[in-house]
Design a protein around this ligand. Structure first.
Ligand code: IMP
Length: 425
C-alpha cells in the first residue's frame, strides 16, 4: 500500500504543485490533508496555466480521485467556483470527493480574519484573510460546522445559531460590527451550495484505506509548508494547521506506518509572504532579480514575496521534522543569470557558529547567515531534461546543497512547464 507525502520545506510557494502533478501520473488518488484556499498551486499543462486553491492538483488527470480530506477547511462557495472554473476549461471534476468531517469556512470567518489583522496593527501576521485561522479556532473550540452538517437543514441552522450566539458578541461588542443573522446565512449557504456539494460528500477515510489496501498509490499533498506549521513554524507567523508530513495522519485518517515515501520540496532560493523572521532575506538587487525572474508574487493575493538565499540550516531541520526521504529542488533556472550563488550553511548568533535551527525564536531574529558562495553557471537551464545537460557549476551547487541537507536530491525543476525537470541521482 504505497503512500507518498509531498511537503514544502520552506515558507510555501516552493512549487509543490508541479511535482505533485508529476508524481500524480502514477497515482490513483491525491489527497489534501490540511489548509484551505489560502494555498495556491500553479500548474502549467501544455502551455496552459491552472491556479488551484482548494482542489488537489491530481484533478487534471481523469483517472485520479482527488480527495479533500477531513483536515482541510472548506469554503463551499470557493469550492464550487473552482469546480466551475475547471469545468469551463474542459477539466472533469466528477471524481472529486470531500470529507464530510472537513470543517466549513463561513463568511464570518473571513470577516474575523480581516478584523483580527486590522486589530493587530503593526503586529499583524499578514494572513491571506481567507478565514483559515478563525475556522480552525472554531474547530478547536468545538464551535465548528462540518461539511456533513449541510446534509440536515435543521442541524445546519441550529449549529449556526449556537456558534453565532458567541461570534456575534465578538463582532458587535469587540469589533463594533453588525451581527450575522444565522437563518439568513443558513438559507444562503444551503440554497447556493448544497446541490453542488452534496454529491461530493464522502467517507474519505474508508475510501483512502480501501485504495491503499487495493495496493493503489495514494499521494498526500501538503499545502503551505514546514515553517508555516502551527507547531513547528516561526510562530505566530504561521498558518493554523500542520502542513508537516505527520499532519497527513490526522488530516486524512491514516497511521504513520502507511507512509513510505516523503518528498520535500525546496526552491533553489527562498521566499516568504507575510511577516516573520527570515535570516537569509535579501533587500538588494539580487533579491529583486529573484522576484522578477521567478515571478514571485502570490498566486492568490498578488503580494510580492520576500526573497532570500537558500537556507540549509532550515532545510536540515525540515528533513528531521518531516522524516524526509528525498528532496526536489525547484526553480533552479531562476538563478541562471547570477554571477555567484549562495547557500546558507550555518548562522552566526552572538559570535557563535550555529548549525541547527535555534530553539529560541529571538535567536533566529538575530541570526546572521554564514554563506558558502559559489560561481554561478550563467547559462540557460530551461531546456535541461537530464543531469548531463547541467553545466559543472550547477552540478557543484546541487552537490553542495545535497551534502548540506544530508538527504538525496532526486528531482530538479528547470522551468514551470510539466516537461521542464530532470531526475538527479
Ligand atoms: P493564513 O494561512 O491565511 O492564516 O496565513 C498565515 C501565514 O501563512 C501568512 O504569512 C500567509 O502569507 C502564509 N500562507 C498561507 N498560505 C500560504 C501559501 O500557500 N503560500 C505561502 N504562504 C502562505
Amino acid at each position: 500500500m504505497p503512500a507518498t507525502v509531498v511537503v514544502g520545506t520552506q515558507w510555501g510557494d516552493e512549487g509543490k504543485g508541479k511535482f505533485t502533478d508529476l508524481l500524480a501520473k502514477d497515482m490513483s488518488m491525491v489527497v489534501r490533508y490540511q489548509g484551505g484556499h489560502n494555498a495556491g498551486h500553479t500548474l502549467v499543462v501544455d502551455g496552459e496555466k491552472f491556479a488551484l486553491q482548494l482542489i488537489p492538483s491530481g484533478v487534471l488527470y481523469p483517472y485520479i480521485v482527488p480527495v479533500i480530506g477531513n483536515g482541510v477547511v472548506v469554503d463551499p462557495f470557493v469550492l464550487l467556483a473552482e469546480m466551475k472554473m475547471l469545468q469551463r476549461r474542459g477539466v472533469d471534476t466528477s471524481n472529486l470527493k470531500v470529507s464530510g468531517n472537513a470543517h466549513l469556512i463561513m463568511p464570518y470567518h473571513q470577516q474575523l480574519d480581516a478584523l483580527h489583522e486590522r486589530h493587530l496593527g503593526k503586529a499583524k501576521l499578514g494572513t491571506t484573510k481567507r478565514g483559515i485561522g478563525p475556522a480552525y479556532s472554531d474547530k478547536s473550540m468545538r464551535l465548528g460546522i462540518r461539511v456533513q452538517d449541510m446534509l440536515d437543514e435543521d442541524i445546519f441552522a441550529e449549529k449556526l445559531h449556537t456558534v453565532l450566539s458567541h461570534t456575534n458578541k465578538v463582532l458587535t461588542k469587540v469589533f463594533n460590527r453588525l451581527p450575522v443573522d444565522p437563518d439568513k446565512l443558513a438559507e444562503k449557504v444551503l440554497s447556493e451550495c448544497l446541490d453542488g456539494i452534496k454529491p461530493l460528500i464522502t467517507d474519505t477515510v474508508n475510501l483512502i484505506h480501501d485504495s491503499l489496501e487495493a495496493g493503489q498509490h495514494v499521494l498526500f499533498e501538503g499545502a503551505q509548508a514546514t515553517f508555516l506549521d502551527l507547531d513547528h513554524g516561526t510562530y505566530p507567523f504561521v498558518t493554523s494547521s500542520n502542513p508537516t508530513a505527520g499532519g497527513a495522519c490526522p488530516g486524512a485518517g491514516i497511521g504513520p506506518r502507511h507512509i513510505d515515501r516523503i518528498l520535500g520540496i525546496s526552491k533553489a532560493y527562498v521566499t516568504r509572504v507575510g511577516a516573520g523572521p527570515f535570516p537569509t532575506e535579501l533587500f538588494d538587487l539580487d533579491g529583486d532579480r529573484m522576484v522578477d525572474i521567478g515571478a514571485e508574487y502570490g498566486t492568490n493575493t498578488g503580494r510580492r514575496r520576500r526573497p532570500g538565499w537558500v537556507d540549509a540550516v532550515m532545510l536540515r531541520h525540515a528533513v528531521r521534522i518531516n522524516s524526509l526521504s528525498e528532496m526536489a529542488i525547484t526553480k533552479l533556472d531562476v538563478l541562471d543569470t547570477f554571477e555567484t550563488v549562495k547557500i546558507c550553511v550555518a548562522y552566526e548568533i552572538d559570535g557563535q557558529r550555529v548549525e541547527k535551527l535555534p530553539y529560541h525564536q529571538s535567536d533566529l531574529h538575530r541570526a546572521t547567515p554564514i554563506y558558502e558562495e559559489l560561481p554561478g553557471w550563467q547559462q540557460d537551464l530551461t531546456a535541461a531534461t537530464q543531469a548531463s545537460d547541467l553545466p559543472p557549476n550547477a552540478v557543484t551547487y546541487l552537490r553542495i546543497l545535497e551534502e548540506q541537507i544530508g538527504i538525496p536530491i532526486t528531482l530538479v525543476s528547470t522551468g514551470p512547464g510539466r516537461q521542464q525537470f530532470l531526475n538527479w541521482n
